[in-house]
Design a protein around this ligand. Structure first.
Ligand code: FAD
Length: 322
């Protein structure tokens, strides 16, 4: 059954977020032949219009407004409700990002529709099924939405984006909105970290635990991540010990990641850590304890001292990737 599907796209630091392209791919399936419309809100985001088209959107709506420069729940909700009431989509897809988590719940409440958050896959039919991990990734549930409008948020790095095709024709429209009486106004954003790959969207993550011993011990991990074009993550024990910033924490109370490659260095594999990374496509564990629990979920295990193994891996990848 063809259904018009709206993708709420996101941009961050001068780039379109990759999860928005993945959302377009999911929307294509959900639309089942219907139109896929991407909407992007912000200030000076017009340049991203064609890119969303290259990744599969049939039509792109650019919502430019100074009041939408930074994300605020009430500003974005006001703008998007105007888009939704004009477009009348049958389904909405967006990334399960910080913004997606916040915005989807508020919009779904206003639209009085069912919402399935954090999906990793979908099965298409007259009544589509949405698949999402539960119990910290130990099981998956299939959910059906019992309302006319379908709304889902998509976990990054699970559904592959379509091949970028710069010859695709796309219609780009400017959509004017009225945004008023904002209860929250973002005056300034002070960034904690300014460089590096975004952990939640990284294809490769090199993660360190208590075995890394101190902040200095993270340097070889950063070098390996740099060679592989990836990001550095950490266990909570490493963050608690002050070896690195809490923004790097992966796990039940940290970030949930699904990279193509996760290299766990000096991490024992506590259940709370596994909750954040066990759905990674390939897991490599480096630990000097052959009985460490992390080896139970690793695809490849290296028993050894991370301070010997990691620099050797870095050297090897430098040679083969040159
Ligand atoms: P450890 O368990 O101490 O393991 C260190 C490992 O390093 C060991 O296996 C050791 O053999 C190995 N090692 C030591 N030296 C070397 C070396 N030179 N070379 C190679 N290997 C070496 N944890 C998280 O990670 N994320 C969370 O979100 C999280 N949330 C939690 C929520 C709650 C409510 C609770 C109670 C706990 C949570 N935890 C979380 C903590 C979790 O239970 C573990 O304590 C933590 O994951 C352990 O971190 P670790 O593996 O780095 O340290």
């Amino acid at each position: 059954m063809a259904r018009k599907t709206l993708v709420i796209a996101e941009s961050k630091e001068g780039q379109c977020r990759h999860v928005s392209f993945e959302a377009i791919a999911a929307a294509k399936q959900l639309a089942d032949g219907g139109e896929v419309v991407a909407v992007l809100c912000g200030d000076q985001v017009e340049a991203f219009g064609p890119i969303l088209g290259y990744y599969g959107a049939d039509r792109v709506l650019i919502v430019e407004n100074e009041q939408l420069k930074s994300y605020t729940p009430d500003g974005y909700k006001q703008a998007l409700m105007q888009v939704i009431s004009s477009e009348q989509p049958k389904a909405i897809v967006m990334g399960h990002t910080a913004m997606g988590k916040d915005l989807s719940a508020g919009l779904a409440a206003r639209l009085d529709c069912g919402l399935v958050s954090d999906i990793t896959d979908l099965e298409i039919g007259d009544k589509p099924l949405f698949i999402r991990p539960i119990y910290s990734g130990k099981a998956f549930e299939k959910k059906r939405i019992n309302s006319e409008m379908l709304f889902v948020t998509l976990r990054p790095n699970n559904i592959a984006a379509l091949e970028k095709d710069e010859t695709r024709e796309v219609t780009i429209e400017v959509f004017d909105v009225v945004v008023k009486d904002l209860r929250t106004i973002v005056k300034d954003i002070v960034k904690k970290t300014t460089t590096g790959v975004d952990l939640s969207e990284a294809k490769v993550i090199v993660s360190g635990g208590r075995g890394v011993k101190n902040a200095e011990g993270f340097k070889p991990l950063q070098e390996l991540a740099d060679v592989l074009g990836g990001a550095v993550g950490a266990s909570r024990a490493a963050c608690d010990a002050g070896y690195c910033d809490y923004s790097l924490q992966i796990g039940q109370t940290g970030k949930v990641v699904t990279p193509d490659l996760y290299i766990a260095c000096g991490i024992s594999g506590a259940i709370q850590h596994l909750a954040g990374m066990s759905n990674s496509k390939v897991i490599v564990a480096i630990n000097k304890d052959p009985e460490a629990n992390i080896f139970n979920i690793a695809d490849y295990g290296i028993v050894g001292d991370l301070f010997e193994v990691v620099p050797r891996l870095t050297q090897h990848f430098k040679e083969v990737l040159q």
